[in-house]
Design a protein. Structure first.
Length: 585
């Protein structure tokens, strides 16, 4: 008995020190020593028990990544607790196990848990199933644990699995996350999904205040407010709350990452790069939100830095989706879309709920002319997180597929779920304006764009939407006025590209060239500017960009120049596609 206790302590210490191969070897000897002691001389559970020896041995196997073997011994440990009281003075054969010990969570005799030790073993079984990709069995393992025996870690795991697989209702996920917060008010990983699931600020604070562990710290309110405004796409308020946290705890990683993300969403790329760079300096091995930093580098065309980031992330972990999203964006920068799709599929396999992975795949599908497949990717992204970028991509895909009704429904859903968000309002205006060639509704579109600009004068989508409407009426001076005013507040590539289009239509070629080059310097991947520049250069050489014929530039018909140049229809609006404002990302 004393030998068993000593060896258990030694195996436990080896596991804690991550010396799993040594723990496995010593654990195998521990099992033999434990079996040599009559069962009626061993405690049923806890230190010295045979179930403890089995569990420690399984821990070493789990640490080595041998999840199937670990699962087998965790099950034996669970069954040893259950059948222990019925054994008296005799031993089972060393490798025997009762029929119940091999039962799976899907079998009828998979019994519920009655002791805390059993609950912990069920949790370990669940982790094995999860690592083996058998998520449904992992969920059922934890569902067999009564609510009063689940700890915060179990509830967080269960909530995450409900969310990632869609198994169980939203109410089940909310219940699991709420219970985790009740048990520990600083379980911050429960807050984001609860906010995304629509749980209100007051409910969260009340729940955390009633915790047996005491009230939450005061700064938690700013954390909750930051998450809430982020989910509602209230960019200004969200930046305020995360900045408040950053002032309380200077250079804390969560605040820097969220501030980088918020500035990226607002197309303030310089500010976004500043915060992401600070986050990288603080923790070079961090993976959280680094896929969004990769997106920023992709938008800036910084291929060398994107390559370094992807390498660093891959060295940190090959089992997280972020490195593969970064690799996909790097391949996309190099024009290798087949490889980009392979990498992003790998990211989605590793993280089915990786929103940016689905968004990147959707954008690639749009670029290769497969809007129906893009719709599927954007829809999956929206199912995981109802954020503006998901709605934007889905609307663009519907428009590319000429599914105007679906685009309208999606844009209205965005307005409903993101009340007061200027870009969501502009999104509906864009749908109405795009569909107006068949169902004229330009007046409503114009009103929506104006409403969006009232909500946020910096809304790029609304500005470009209004410009497109003016172009249809050949109101070029109004277009120039709108775009130049917008550029005074924000130096955006999409605004420069659109101004280049308008100036080219006015035959102000040198000014158009300047704005195209500025757009490309800000975003080397912006197709609108590269396409416009190519057509303009042909026009300046006396070549009709639509027919490729040499012409005498001095004899060109001005009306033909206005209607045929720049890939636009007679109204001056691009006719080849539903141009993605802001690059589509």
């Amino acid at each position: 008995m004393e030998d068993v206790l000593v060896m258990q302590t030694q195996v436990k210490r080896l596991n804690e020190q991550k010396l799993f191969p040594s723990a496995e070897k010593l654990g195998a000897m521990l099992l033999c020593a434990s079996r040599a002691v009559p069962y009626d001389q061993l405690p049923l559970e806890g230190e010295g028990s045979h179930s403890e020896s089995l569990s420690l041995y399984a821990d070493s196997l789990f640490g080595k990544g041998e999840f199937q073997r670990a699962l087998h011994f965790y099950k034996q440990a669970t069954q040893r607790i259950k059948i222990g009281p019925h054994i008296s003075g005799h031993r089972s054969p060393p490798n025997s196990s009762s029929p119940a010990s091999s039962s799976s969570p899907s079998s009828p005799n998979y019994s519920s848990v009655q002791r805390p030790e059993e609950a912990e073993l069920r949790f370990k079984e669940s982790q094995c199933y999860h690592s083996l990709g058998e998520i449904s069995k992992a969920i059922r393992c934890l569902e067999a644990v009564p609510l009063q025996l689940r700890n915060a870690a179990m509830n967080l795991s269960l909530g995450a699995m409900y969310m990632s697989t869609g198994t169980g209702s939203r109410l089940n996920a909310i219940k699991a996350y709420k219970e985790a917060l009740r048990q520990n008010p600083t379980a911050l990983e429960a807050l984001s999904p609860l906010v995304n699931l629509g749980v209100g600020r007051r409910d969260l604070l009340d729940m955390m205040s009633s915790s047996a562990n005491g009230p939450p710290p005061q700064w938690i309110e700013s954390y909750i407010d930051g998450l809430g405004t982020l989910t509602a796409a209230d960019n200004t308020q969200s930046i305020h709350h995360w900045s408040t946290l950053d002032n309380m705890f200077p250079n804390n990683l969560p605040s820097m990452l969220h501030l980088g993300l918020l500035h990226l969403d607002a197309d303030r790329l310089d500010e976004a790069q500043y915060f992401f760079n600070k986050a990288r300096v603080t923790d070079p091995s961090n993976l959280e939100m680094m896929d969004h930093y990769a997106l920023l580098l992709h938008l800036r065309g910084d291929v060398a830095e994107l390559n370094r980031l992807a390498h660093d992330l891959l060295c940190a972990s090959e089992m997280r989706p972020e490195p593969w999203v970064a690799l996909s964006l790097h391949a996309e920068c190099q024009g290798d879309r087949d490889r980009a799709l392979q990498y992003v599929d790998k990211a989605i396999d590793l993280g089915p709920s990786c929103v940016l992975g689905h968004l990147v795949k959707g954008e690639i599908m749009l670029k290769i002319g497969k809007p129906d497949l893009a719709i599927m990717s954007f829809f999956r992204a929206k199912e995981n997180r109802k954020e503006l970028r998901c709605y934007h991509g889905l609307v663009e895909a519907y428009l590319d597929a000429s599914k105007f009704k679906e685009a309208s429904v999606t844009a209205r859903e965005a307005i409903s779920n993101l009340p007061g968000n200027a870009t969501a309002v502009a999104l509906l205006g864009r749908v109405l304006a795009t569909a107006s060639t068949q169902h004229p509704d330009k007046d409503r579109a114009r009103k929506l764009f104006a409403q969006a600009l009232e909500l946020d004068p910096r809304c790029v989508e609304a500005t470009i939407g209004l410009v497109d409407l003016h172009l249809r009426n050949r109101e070029f001076d109004q277009c120039v006025e709108l775009l130049e005013a917008a550029l005074q507040d924000q130096n955006q590539a999409s605004l420069h590209a659109k101004l280049g289009d308008v100036l080219a239509l006015q035959q102000r070629y040198s000014e158009a060239l300047e704005h195209y080059h500025t757009a490309i310097s800000l975003n080397p991947d912006i197709e609108e500017a590269k396409e416009g520049l190519e057509r303009l250069e042909k026009r300046m050489r006396g070549i009709d960009p639509d027919h490729g014929e040499d012409e005498d530039g001095a004899d060109m018909d001005p009306d033909h120049d206005l209607e045929g140049s720049m890939g636009m229809d007679g109204s001056g609006v691009r006719s080849e596609d539903h141009s993605h404002h802001g690059g589509g990302w």
